[in-house]
Design a protein around this ligand. Structure first.
Ligand code: FES
Length: 118
């Protein structure tokens, strides 16, 4: 069990470790992002959490950034490292955004629409 002090956290990456993302290299993406955060001395600023499926398997590997409210698709170890730099600079990896949340989810049009709910 771990209890981190998160008071200085500026960004929380949710790293999808569901089955589809793991088949597309989710473990390598997780390690690359965590290694880059540590390499940059940014552990206090960026927190990471492994998750189960986030319901966007066609977008594997999925990474979600909060409080920015941005969902990323097709993240690789290389783009994962870039993602760390972008969020530390206060920007985003625009070319891989699927959704951004600004009072409602806004689809970027870069991915399939998906199955309609109820
Ligand atoms: S396994 Fe990652 S979105 Fe489904």
């Amino acid at each position: 069990m771990t209890t981190w002090n998160l008071q200085q956290t500026q960004c929380h990456f949710l790293l999808c470790n569901g089955g589809s993302c793991m088949k597309q290299g989710g473990e390598e993406v997780t390690q690359a992002i965590r290694d880059e955060v540590t390499k940059l001395g940014a552990d206090k600023l960026i927190h990471t959490t492994r998750t189960r499926c986030n319901g966007r398997c066609a977008d594997a590997c999925v990474v979600i950034a909060y409080p920015q409210g941005v969902w990323y698709k097709n993240i690789t170890p290389e783009t994962g490292r870039l993602l760390v730099h972008k969020h530390l600079e206060g920007s985003r990896l625009e070319e891989q955004i699927v959704y951004s949340y600004e009072r409602e989810f806004i689809a970027s049009g870069l991915s399939i629409e998906g199955i309609a709910k109820g």
